[in-house]
Design a protein around this ligand. Structure first.
Ligand code: PEP
Length: 252
């Protein structure tokens, strides 16, 4: 039985004061005990969040990205997965579409980040997803499996014992458009089926999150699908009431 996970991606939002307020608001909400919860603040706020009480409730702390290089060195502007582990991160997003598109990250770069994350003892959340043009051309499955394969071929299926996958159709991120539960389930099923072909047990146990305009109003029907193990939540994770309601939907 896979545990559900709800992960909040705070993106490049917040300043120290608003993060403090968000933490207070989050602490005032109710959360189900049977759901894993993770938050991904901006690099600058990792320590602030790490010192907060929320993490004593066993929430996971994650970063939104890490360097391809693991060892500390002359890489101006980069943050190593080792440094993330040092400030109590246990997870890191790799291959978020905003980085694939806006920072021109290739599958090869994303694969190196995945490896660096695991080498530092972090769980990478590998983000996969097709653009609207790719979906309309009937290439959603091909796109997602190509992105998955770029990592799988390099690291082997065994590495997915300590990794999470997030299916995030690019056309649904920050747009208010959500994949229907059936559309999301179809791709989740394809991803899981593909991993099962490589290793039945790993395919069965890997957590696959859905991301793309998840909110309290649509979370329950998405999370009810067989292969959707929770959500990677952007915009709605900045609102404590919405975020906690999404967590509760995952617990039902
Ligand atoms: C995301 O940033 O991963 C995301 C899914 O954003 P949103 O929920 O705002 O669409």
């Amino acid at each position: 039985m896979r545990q559900k996970l709800v992960a909040g991606n705070w993106k490049m939002f917040g300043c120290r004061a608003s993060v403090e307020q968000l933490l207070l608001d989050l602490a005032a909400q109710e959360y189900p005990a049977n759901v894993g919860i993770a938050v991904f603040p901006n690099f600058l706020h990792l320590q602030q969040v790490s010192q907060n009480l929320l993490l004593q409730k066993k929430w996971n702390l994650g970063a939104q990205d890490c360097a391809t290089e693991l060892e500390l060195g002359a890489f101006t502007g980069e943050v190593s997965a080792k440094q993330l582990a040092d400030v109590n991160c246990s997870m890191v997003l790799v291959g978020h579409s905003e980085r694939r598109i806006l920072q021109f990250e290739s599958d090869q770069v994303i694969c190196r980040k995945f490896i660096a994350a695991q080498s530092a003892g972090l769980i990478p959340i590998l983000c996969l997803g097709e653009s609207l043009a790719e979906r309309e051309a009937g290439k959603a499955e091909e796109t997602v499996l190509t992105q998955l394969n770029a990592v799988l071929q390099e690291v082997g299926v065994g590495a997915f014992k300590h990794a999470i996958i997030a299916y995030e159709p690019v056309w649904a991120i920050g747009t208010g458009l959500t994949a229907t539960p059936e559309q999301a389930q179809e791709i989740h099923g394809i991803i899981r089926g593909y991993l099962k072909q490589h290793d039945e047990l790993i395919g069965q146990s890997v957590q696959i999150l859905y991301g793309g305009s998840v909110k309290a109003a649509n979370a329950a029907e998405l999370f009810a699908m067989a292969d959707i193990d929770g959500g990677l939540v952007g915009g709605a994770s900045l609102n404590a009431e919405e975020f906690s309601a999404i967590c509760r939907a995952a617990g039902n």
